[in-house]
Write a protein that binds this ligand. Structure first.
Ligand code: NI
Length: 226
């Protein structure tokens, strides 16, 4: 399931992050890649231990905590602290599947990467190329969103970032361990949740709304790992 979260950050927050990132001291992106990914990864990034990554990551985590669409779609249990990357001058990241379990560096804890997330921090007209291309069970999807928008996609999917041939693509990326590990089960819960929200707008008093809400919670109780 691919889910877009529009305007996770507003224009002012994007400008704040960009002002900090545009003057940052970036590291080679291969530092955090496993051996297979390191061979196909050509970008730069800020490590999670970089003070700027921590400071800007906090802003993103705060926005995630307040975003009901993110909560409904991801059913988050743990979020890996956001990292930041920069692709330019032909930079790209060839096809790979993300590492299944990641250990954070500070206050160490493990995150099973159920969901991968990319938060776009450059406007599409600032650069050419740089599409995130995701292969999932429903085919191939090419994603390039306005600055401040977030895309969630299954971390189990083969994906790549196409070469950036003009300008710079700047983004934050992170992973989510969901309460519901299985992407198909999570997609069903998300569809059911959205349907109930729509019914609540029109026929909130109908007894079937109560029943469906109960079905949602009983499925979540059955499928959630905490
Ligand atoms: Ni990846």
């Amino acid at each position: 399931m691919l889910v877009q979260i529009p305007e996770l950050l507003n224009a002012e927050q994007v400008a704040q992050l960009r002002a900090a990132l545009d003057g940052a001291d970036w590291d080679d992106g291969r530092i955090t890649a496993g051996p297979q990914a390191a061979r196909v990864k050509h970008n730069r990034q800020l490590l999670e231990t970089h003070p700027l990554a921590k400071q800007l990551g906090e802003i993103i985590l705060r926005q995630l905590a307040q975003n009901s669409l993110f909560t409904a779609a991801a059913l988050p249990l743990k979020v890996f602290p956001p990292l930041f990357n920069r692709y330019e001058g032909g930079g790209h990241f060839g096809g790979h599947i993300d590492t299944a379990v990641r250990l954070t560096r500070e206050a160490p804890y493990r995150v099973r990467t159920d969901i991968s997330a990319t938060l776009f921090l450059a406007a599409p007209e600032e650069y050419d190329g740089g599409e995130l291309v995701v292969d999932d069970t429903y085919g191939t999807h090419s994603v390039k969103l306005p600055a401040g928008h977030l895309i969630l996609y299954p971390a189990s999917s083969l994906h790549e970032v196409r070469p950036v041939t003009r300008g710079a693509r700047i983004a934050a990326f992170f992973w989510v361990q969901s309460m519901v590990r299985d992407d198909g089960q999570r997609a069903l819960l998300y569809d059911l949740d959205r349907s109930i929200q729509n019914l609540n707008k029109t026929v909130a008093d109908h007894p079937s709304v109560t029943q469906l809400t109960g079905v949602y919670h009983n499925l979540l109780r059955r499928w959630a790992d905490l």
